[in-house]
Ligand binder design. Structure first.
Ligand SMILES: NC(=O)c1ccc[n+]([C@@H]2O[C@H](COP(=O)([O-])OP(=O)(O)OC[C@H]3O[C@@H](n4cnc5c(N)ncnc54)[C@H](OP(=O)(O)O)[C@@H]3O)[C@@H](O)[C@H]2O)c1
Length: 213
């Protein structure tokens, strides 16, 4: 399969790009700074992405790009509070709508949401974005044409992220382990909706990813 990974230079995306490459798929790595360029905040750049010769004929697109951030409810700036609306939420929605017209029959769109399993100060808008993406994937999946599949992967903390913040990495799933969930979704091997995924069973995955639908 030819698999486009958007956000392929990030903590999750770099592992997500390596996994299908290790399974023998062709991986095209994209982000705002290349090698193939796309900006999830700009729908026109998603149009351009699918016209890129390196991307044409792709079977799957995976997005692990464009986070929101933790922002307190009383953040003075509306734009700052709603960061993630245009890139992470609407960007992934618009990417999905464009992918309908470009991916090969039977291909896959795999989005990233996220989850907070404990009360997390500043998480209100990010939680809204994550829940919105999960709901979108669940509702839109039955409308996917030509045997295309739509999945949202909802990870808890990835171990590398608290590690970078000087926190205990064992609180999260290693990105390489999470990447198998994405690659399974690309290949159509995702377990039935609502079932526990592989990394959920590991002792270092106290915050399991869920996969929708
Ligand atoms: N890390 C975690 O523990 C965790 C847990 C749950 C969910 N998530 C979610 O997983 C996703 C990835 O997180 P991450 O921690 O891997 O992020 P990250 O390390 O900051 O990497 C972000 C990646 O996305 C690209 N990117 C950023 N903005 C973009 C845009 N507007 N258009 C296109 N590419 C863009 C970046 O490259 P360029 O700068 O070159 O564009 C980079 O490749 C996010 O949606 C995040 O909310 C993360």
């Amino acid at each position: 399969m030819k698999v486009i990974v958007i956000g392929a230079s990030g903590v999750i995306g770099s592992a997500v790009a390596d996994e299908p490459a290790g399974r023998g798929h062709t991986v095209v790595r994209a982000s705002r700074r290349g090698p193939v360029r796309v900006d999830m905040e700009d729908p026109a750049s998603a149009d351009a992405l699918f016209e890129d010769p390196a991307v044409r004929g792709a079977d799957a697109v995976v997005c692990c790009a464009a986070s929101g951030r933790l922002t307190p409810l009383d953040e003075p700036s509306d734009a700052e509070f709603t960061r993630g609306l245009h890139g992470k939420l609407l960007g992934q929605v618009q990417l999905t709508r464009r992918a309908l017209h470009h991916l090969q029959d039977g291909g896959a769109v795999v989005l990233t949401s996220g989850r907070f399993d404990e009360p997390t100060p500043g998480s209100a808008f990010a939680a809204l974005v994550n829940t919105g993406l999960d709901a979108f994937a669940q509702a839109a999946a039955p409308e996917m044409p030509r045997g295309l599949r739509l999945t949202a992967v909802s990870p808890g903390w990835v171990g590398e992220t608290p590690e970078r913040l000087g926190m205990d990495p064992s609180a999260g799933t290693p990105a390489a382990e999470l990447a198998r969930t994405y690659a399974d979704a690309v290949e159509g091997r995702t377990a039935r909706p609502g079932t526990r995924t592989r990394e959920n069973r590991l002792p270092y995955a106290p915050r399991p990813a869920t996969v929708l639908p």
